[in-house]
Design a protein around this ligand. Sequence first.
Ligand SMILES: C[S@@+](CC[C@H](N)C(=O)[O-])C[C@H]1O[C@@H](n2cnc3c(N)ncnc32)[C@H](O)[C@@H]1O
Length: 256
Amino acid sequence: MLGKYCYNKIYNEDSYKAIKQLPDNCIDLIVIDPPYKLNVNTCENGLKSSNPVTRGMSQTQHELKKKNLHVGIDDELLTEMVRVMKKINIYIWCNKRQLKQYFDFFEKYECNFELLVWCKTNPTPATNNTFLPDIEYCFYFREKGVKLRGSYDTKHKFYIRKTNQEEKALYLHPTIKPLQFIKNFIINSSDVGNVVADFFIGSGTTAVASKELHRNYIGFEIDPEYYKIAVDRINGITAGGQTSIFTDFEQEEVIL
Ligand SMILES: C[S@@+](CC[C@H](N)C(=O)[O-])C[C@H]1O[C@@H](n2cnc3c(N)ncnc32)[C@H](O)[C@@H]1O
């Protein structure tokens, strides 16, 4: 048990509230993909309009705004995450607008850090006056004394891979992350039997990766629709009701 919560379960709850119920020092590793901070009211092309298309907002940006996935997270939640971790050991996906916040926050704990990069080979076409959306970042912070495990095959800082449209189609989440990336993070930064937490579990990628790697997991998802998708996925069912046993266990093509 983790306070009132159980291992190997995910909860349809707001992480800002739920994390307060977790005891101190109970988590070995956190892997999160929180909402990115996006400027969706004025797009990069500087145009303002109530119509997302004429404003230059992409379909994905529109979808993210609809689900409130454009607001970032605040330091209060990061402070709680530090409290629940045995030692700071955390992967955080982010965009360029969040790099400073996360770097400044963890610098005071004198953590070791890496900035991992996913370079997408087939980004969606950009609108006027912007670079292509072909990069995503993932910060890794670890406190002194946290050992890095893994192997030559799992410790790359740079992933070159096409966008994961197949997973998006199976699990209907706009920002689903490639399962193999998350498995690498877990292999590099935890041992079998450790507890891995994800406070923004989305379609359940961290839970599925943890389960396949024999770690214990706990996850939280605020959106009931995504929560159901994640529960089904953990149980081997796709959003279309098909068994997903072969898709999730398949090795993905990762060009390194
Ligand atoms: C970027 S997505 C994560 C996608 C995930 N990495 C995957 O592979 O499917 C962030 C998720 O966090 C959820 N979320 C946002 N705010 C939350 C909160 N306060 N508590 C719990 N979940 C939240 C959103 O509904 C969304 O599904």
